[in-house]
Design a binder for this molecule. Structure first.
Ligand SMILES: [Zn+2]
Ligand SMILES: [Zn+2]
Length: 146
């Protein structure tokens, strides 16, 4: 909905962005790249159409790291906040980290993904669906959620 813009920023405030579309596929990602990048048990992400994401200020501060082939984690070079994931093979959508949003995005994470890579010291305590890898990419011997 165009009338409900969302705003976000990095920790130091150098990078600010605006989203003019509902968030899609809100989820918790337990993959090792997210854990390392965020220094946390998991990341909380969502997807938006790239053309609905505007960098309002600080674009020059954004650095990119190719965490896996064709996936680049975009972060603030001044404070280190993980902001976006650009998918070179799917440039029409961009992953946005929920933690850098200001205010309530209304979307709520609806699943855990890459649970097979979950930190051993963290136990998932909610009832959301869990996927060993990702919906549509589950191991064939266990096609449903775990
Ligand atoms: Zn920053
Ligand atoms: Zn991840």
């Amino acid at each position: 909905m165009e009338d409900s813009a969302l705003f976000g920023s990095c920790l130091c405030g150098s990078v600010r962005y605006e989203i003019t579309a509902p968030l899609e596929n809100a989820e918790y990602c337990h993959c090792s790249m997210c854990r390392k990048a965020h220094g946390a048990a998991f990341s909380a992400n969502s997807t938006v159409p790239t053309n609905k994401l505007t960098i309002s200020s600080g674009a020059d501060f954004i650095s990119e790291y190719e965490s896996s082939p064709k996936r680049r984690k975009c972060f603030c070079s001044n404070c280190g906040s993980q902001l976006f994931i650009r998918r070179l093979d799917k440039p029409e959508s961009t992953v946005v980290t929920l933690g850098t949003l200001d205010g309530d995005p209304h979307a709520r994470p609806e699943r855990h993904v890459f649970v097979a890579s979950k930190a051993p010291w963290y136990g998932i305590a909610d009832a959301l669906p869990q996927f060993k890898i990702y919906p549509g990419c589950e191991p064939t011997d266990d096609a449903s959620s775990v």
